[in-house]
Ligand binder design. Structure first.
Ligand code: GRF
Length: 210
């Protein structure tokens, strides 16, 4: 069966949605391991409850980013996952790491990429007076938050929105688009050619409104 390694740093609500959808057969895949760089990430408890092997690899135990990446890559190779899902994993991975898993890493990002790469997206969206905001799932490439987009969803930003309300509303979008994208991979519906992504042989940028 198609297997997933899910990397987290915190609460793991997106991980939970994936676990639940795999259990319900809505995603035809299984989570083979959950890895966190934070020992107290609640997502680890979620994985434990679901009987999924967990690993903690703290970046604080490594003197360099390269050393950390090497160790993480070695651990992932033992998991032998078909797809590596960064679901709130708050570490930047280096090019050497990414090159070891070509077209097999996806990331969840709380903005409508290519807008608002990086951190503090909700505050920046409010400050800029944007009228729409959202979430993206994209393929991980060496440039931060810049790989081809696989799935996106948006919301209207209103006058009463705050960082907290945007966070909550965008989280709701993430819980829809991440499992959807993972399901596409699990069903072998995604093809990648260079920096172009196809769903059922259709370029994905033409499907954004769906
Ligand atoms: C998400 O908002 C994601 O976009 C951000 O971290 C959060 C993870 O949420 N990078 P959770 O841990 O899945 O609840």
């Amino acid at each position: 069966m198609f297997s997933l390694a899910v990397l987290i740093s915190g609460n793991g609500s997106n991980l939970q949605v994936i676990i639940d959808k795999c259990a319900a057969g809505e995603i035809r895949a299984k989570v083979c391991c959950v890895i966190s760089n934070e020992q107290d990430a609640y997502g680890l408890e979620r994985a434990r409850i679901a009987g999924i092997p967990i690993h903690v690899l703290s970046h604080r135990d490594y003197s360099s980013r390269t050393q950390y990446d090497l160790e993480l890559a070695a651990l992932l190779e033992t998991c032998d996952a078909d797809l590596i899902v960064l679901a709130g994993f708050m570490r930047i991975l280096g090019e050497g790491f990414i090159d070891r898993f070509p077209n097999r890493i996806i990331n969840l990002h709380p903005s409508l990429l290519p807008k608002y790469k990086g951190l503090d997206t909700h505050a920046r969206v409010l400050k800029a007076g944007e009228d729409t905001h959202g979430a993206s799932v994209h393929l991980v490439t060496p440039d931060l938050d810049s790989g081809p987009v696989i799935a996106q969803a948006s919301i209207a930003v209103t006058d009463v929105d705050s960082v907290e309300t945007l966070q909550e509303r965008v989280h709701g979008l993430e819980h829809e688009i991440l499992p959807r994208a993972v399901g596409w991979f699990a069903d072998h519906r995604i093809k990648i050619e260079g920096d172009r992504v196809f769903l059922d042989d259709m370029p994905i940028n033409r499907l954004k409104s769906k």
